[in-house]
Design a protein around this ligand. Structure first.
Ligand SMILES: [Zn+2]
Length: 355
């Protein structure tokens, strides 16, 4: 075997800051480092070689924590090459591979963060961008599906329906300035599955069941409050937000490409599985309390609704206890935290300095 090229360099033992003159050579799979009479051997694969790309001096870390520093980069590289140290490239590649892995981990962390905080933000922003025409289509399609699944024609008299519709209409008008009155459509339905319940769909489609109208027959203000809660969901676009979130990708594509068919296809699943967030419920409750107050009605009028819903399944003729029509998570009787909401309506105070 021919004589291996030697390189005179500088070595730091890793304990003292004193630089020592050393001599380096590579023998088969080892780096041999000689300091005066002392010879140390390191397996090549454990040496963290200086990267060729790096500017300035070459610095290699040895497995025992010591360090080789070589000021003349060109001289170092030439020695490496002459020693047949092709591995440097591999090691450099390994190091950049490690950097790539770190970058991937960082990307995954970033995506997790984006998923947790970015998606709610993005879906809310997108929900505000959904054009009115698409909002109406989503509402219509959802209503058709729910009619097939859960809803039957109302048994209430037209007179009673009209009286409630008029009452809600004037309450909404009184709580809004002219020209800012939101659009809504109220329909009455009998529903064995949903029992005493109400819900709203994008576009302002509000449905109330006969059972709920009967449950609150002597409390028309509470009915107005329930409908106002549903209108609050519409006004805040909570239903749209749910649908966008459940299908963010197809919603994005639909908005960008103007083809909403993928988005529309997700409506049934969304309605069957998604519930509003607690924040959304609080916002809808606040909307209802505000609307009642602006009509000179105390928001505590809503308390009777919660109390009767809670006992609603117990009177004779009612179905299984505990199943408050929970087949439709967005419907009002499915909402949790009844006690907290009773407290909210009892303790509601008008915000000062409201225009
Ligand atoms: Zn609600």
């Amino acid at each position: 075997m021919s004589e291996r090229p030697r390189l005179s360099s500088t070595w730091f033992d890793g304990r003292s800051p004193r630089a020592q003159v050393c001599e380096l050579r590579i023998e088969s799979h080892e780096l041999v480092l000689r300091v005066e009479a002392d010879e140390r051997r390191y397996p090549l694969r454990l040496v963290r070689w200086a990267e060729r790309r790096a500017h300035g001096q070459r610095q290699s870390a040895l497995p025992d924590g010591s360090l080789i520093q070589h000021a003349a980069a060109g001289e170092w590289d030439a020695w490496c090459q002459a020693s047949g140290q092709r591995d440097t490239r591999v090691v450099a590649w390994m190091q950049s591979w490690r950097a790539t892995l770190m970058a991937m981990v960082a990307t995954l962390v970033f995506m997790a963060v984006a998923w947790t905080w970015g998606v709610p933000w993005l879906s809310q922003a997108l929900a505000q961008q959904v054009p009115r025409s698409l909002e109406l289509r989503l509402g219509q399609q959802g209503l058709q599906q729910l009619e097939r699944l859960f809803l039957e024609p109302s048994a209430l008299s037209t007179q009673q329906q009209e009286a409630l519709r008029d009452r809600f209409k004037s309450a909404v008008a009184r709580a809004h300035q002219k020209g800012q009155v939101p659009d809504w459509q109220l329909s009455f339905h009998r529903s064995k599955a949903l029992k005493a319940n109400a819900f709203a769909l994008p576009g302002g489609y509000i449905v109330i069941t006969d059972d709920l109208v009967n449950l609150l027959a002597d409390q028309p203000d509470a009915i107005v409050g329930v409908l106002a809660h549903e209108l609050g969901h519409v006004q805040h676009r909570h239903g749209l937000d749910l649908m966008v979130r459940a299908s963010l990708v197809s919603a994005l594509l639909g908005l960008v490409l103007g083809d909403a068919s993928g988005f529309l296809a997700t409506v049934p699943v969304t309605l069957a599985t998604q519930a509003y967030s607690r924040d959304a419920e609080r916002a809808a409750d606040a909307f209802a309390a505000d609307l009642l107050a602006q009509n000179g009605v105390s928001p505590s009028a809503m308390v009777v609704f919660f109390e009767r819903i809670r006992q609603g399944d117990k009177p004779a003729g009612a179905a299984v206890e505990g199943d408050r029509g929970q087949r439709l998570p967005i419907a009002i009787s499915s909402h949790p935290d009844v006690d907290e909401r009773i407290r909210f309506f009892r303790q509601w105070r008008a915000e000062p300095a409201r225009p």
